[in-house]
Design a protein. Structure first.
Length: 294
């Protein structure tokens, strides 16, 4: 299953998150993932594994009779100066060893160096967006997106695009971003943000789709009933709740059997999706609080 991004490229609906998969663990995990059928791989600068992933693909793609264009690579960086962003993009290309990055995301709406309230974050967000869009124009990146952005941060990009498209300025309006990757699961439905992304043709991609294996969520009646109905693990129902809405998921696992299992989502009925959505608590389980960032 794939989704066509607003840039025209196809992105797999289910991918592998590589957070905390580092060092010697990378090669066997990617080998198992490719064997299972994964074609989307999600990393980031802060994961400190780009180089290992690049080395692994150099060995594994020929083994699995695959070409570069058969896989989809996402990486991410935090807001920085334009000069540093361009250096980091080039570093990603060197580490991951592709001739382009499929999707590059602004990892978070603020820098590590400033508080949530510091207006420098906006300056760096815009600088980062401009640098990534320039790298896209140069063919280094195919699609530029964001992560943990709220509606006000997305509207900031819309307004930036209006400035870029003045009669005296021939620069392209790169709004909307191709993707907004956010924490999303039945305890944290993000209805308003999801609707905004849908109406603006922004691919809504989830991280922490399994809600950190929250026992209250996994033991809920509707999740239990649907797991029995479809004869799948409860985690599959959580992932399927997202994919049945065409929301992307990037669950992380290092276990070959669970890697394979996470790919096997089922198409839930619309009434089942709505019933699961009633579990919403507006409760996040990851320390990514973009809504606090000015």
């Amino acid at each position: 299953m794939t989704v066509k991004l607003n840039t025209g490229y196809e992105c797999p609906l289910v991918g592998l998150g590589t957070y905390k998969i580092v060092g010697d663990e990378v090669l066997p995990v990617l080998d198992a993932a490719l064997t299972a059928g994964y074609r989307l791989f999600d990393t980031a600068k802060v994961y400190n594994n780009e180089k290992e992933i690049g080395n692994a693909f150099e060995l594994l793609l020929p083994k699995h009779h695959l070409k570069r264009e058969d896989i989809f690579i996402t990486t991410k960086l935090h807001p920085n100066t334009e000069e540093n962003v361009k250096k980091l993009v080039n570093e990603s290309l060197e580490n991951l060893k592709p001739n382009y990055i499929d999707m590059y995301l602004i990892h978070y709406p603020k820098s590590f160096d400033y508080s949530d309230e510091d207006h420098t974050n906006k300056i760096l967000r815009i600088a980062t967006w401009n640098a990534l869009c320039e790298s896209k124009d140069e063919g280094k990146i195919r699609s530029v997106g964001v992560s943990s952005y709220e509606i006000r941060h997305l509207e900031e990009l819309r307004e930036l695009g209006k400035v870029r498209e003045t009669p005296s300025n021939s620069m392209k309006n790169n709004f909307p971003p191709c993707c907004n990757q956010v924490e999303y699961h039945p305890h944290f439905c993000r209805v308003e943000l999801k609707n905004y992304c849908s109406s603006n043709n922004i691919f809504f991609q989830a991280f922490s789709s399994l809600a950190r294996h929250n026992e209250g969520l996994l033991s809920s009646t509707i999740i239990t009933e649907l797991a029995e109905k479809y004869d799948v693990p409860k985690t599959t129902i959580l992932l399927s709740w997202a994919t049945s809405q065409r929301v992307g998921v990037i669950p992380k696992s290092t276990n070959p059997s669970r890697l394979s299992q996470n790919l096997k989502t089922v198409q839930l009925e619309e009434k089942e999706v709505l019933k699961i959505s009633e579990l919403n608590l507006n409760q996040h389980y990851v320390r990514t609080t973009g809504w606090l960032v000015l």
